[in-house]
Design a protein around this ligand. Structure first.
Ligand code: MN
Length: 242
């Protein structure tokens, strides 16, 4: 097996974009076979209503992950703001390892902080407040105890509301806050950060306390199906053309 680690995020898989799901499944089947580890940094699903939801694309994605982890590839998952209800049953059914909001991983010897990215958008007070509220165990349990049809209805309403909310927000508010990025990287003692969420793919160079640091931002799929690939020698990005 090739020593290689891949990063993806923000695929926003859902029943309205079956072509992206198909591309992702082909990617797992053809590209991932030779890879040691896959990190999914959140928003794999555009809406995730609970592990009991086996509608498409959840069903297909689960069985593809199961095959992949059984073949020896590690799959690690961080929650995004769209799929934070993904839980232990998904992990048990697929062999996928669930990670916390911030994790430091050793990427070929270099400590690297990974996160979905929404926590870094601290200029968006309204979002951060709502996030705090819905991420408590009580809120999640209450949500998951509702029948699936009601959760579906609620998700539709939520998407509508969030599209209205976004209209009043500037591009800056919806990006990461530079001071939060620096503080967070210092707190975790890393000079490398990988995240998604903002849909602004880039490799940013920044200086933190006289150290050259790098922040990798992953793209959203649908516009730009790109994976970030790391090995001993370094990194490259790869466009998924399947
Ligand atoms: Mn997101």
């Amino acid at each position: 097996m090739k020593k290689e680690t891949l990063f993806i995020s923000d695929l926003h898989l859902g029943s309205t974009r079956p072509e992206i799901t198909q591309r992702f499944l082909r990617f797992l089947e053809h590209r991932m076979r030779s890879v040691e580890r896959l990190y999914v940094l959140g928003d794999l699903f555009d809406a995730y209503l609970g592990d009991d939801d086996n509608a498409s694309p959840n069903r297909e994605v689960k069985s593809a992950f199961k095959q992949l982890t059984e073949s020896g590839t590690e799959v690690h998952f961080q929650h995004g703001n769209r799929d934070f209800l993904l839980g232990g049953r998904f992990a048990r059914e697929t062999g996928v390892n669930l990670l916390g909001d911030y994790e430091v991983i050793y990427l070929y010897g270099v400590p690297t902080l990974i996160t979905h990215g929404d926590l870094l958008c601290t200029d968006d007070f309204q979002y951060q407040k709502a996030r705090e509220r819905v991420r408590t165990e009580e809120w999640k349990q209450a949500a998951l105890s509702k029948p699936l049809w009601l959760r579906r209805l609620y998700a539709r309403w939520y998407r509508f509301k969030s599209s209205l909310d976004k209209r009043g927000k500037t591009a800056e508010i919806m990006d990461v806050n530079p001071a939060t990025v620096k503080e967070t990287m210092l707190r975790y003692g890393v000079d490398r950060l990988i995240h998604g969420h903002t849909h602004r793919p880039a490799v940013h160079e920044l200086e933190i306390e006289n150290k050259q640091c790098r922040r990798f931002v992953l793209p959203e799929w649908g516009k730009n199906e790109t994976v970030l690939c790391w090995n001993q020698e370094g990194f490259h990005t790869e466009v998924i053309g399947y």
